[in-house]
Design a protein. Structure first.
Length: 67
């Protein structure tokens, strides 16, 4: 049986990838109405943070088996 952090890592990796790709899309095709901090591209930063943390959790727990 795998630990819960293995699956949390997979979820963070998947959702972070989706958010990162959305940020790249918004960087290429900017919306008509801009928000105050739109130039900081928060979806790109949070996508990267989530992918890295998900990858760390996944790699740390992929071979652990709970008996």
């Amino acid at each position: 049986m795998k630990p819960i952090w293995y699956f949390v890592g997979l979820i963070l990796l998947t959702i972070g990838g989706i958010i990162f790709l959305n940020g790249i899309y918004l960087l290429i095709n900017p919306p008509e109405i801009k928000t105050v901090l739109a130039e900081t591209h928060p979806s790109i930063w949070w996508g990267i943070i989530m992918v890295v943390s998900g990858l760390l959790l996944y790699l740390n727990n992929r071979n652990k088996i709970i008996s």
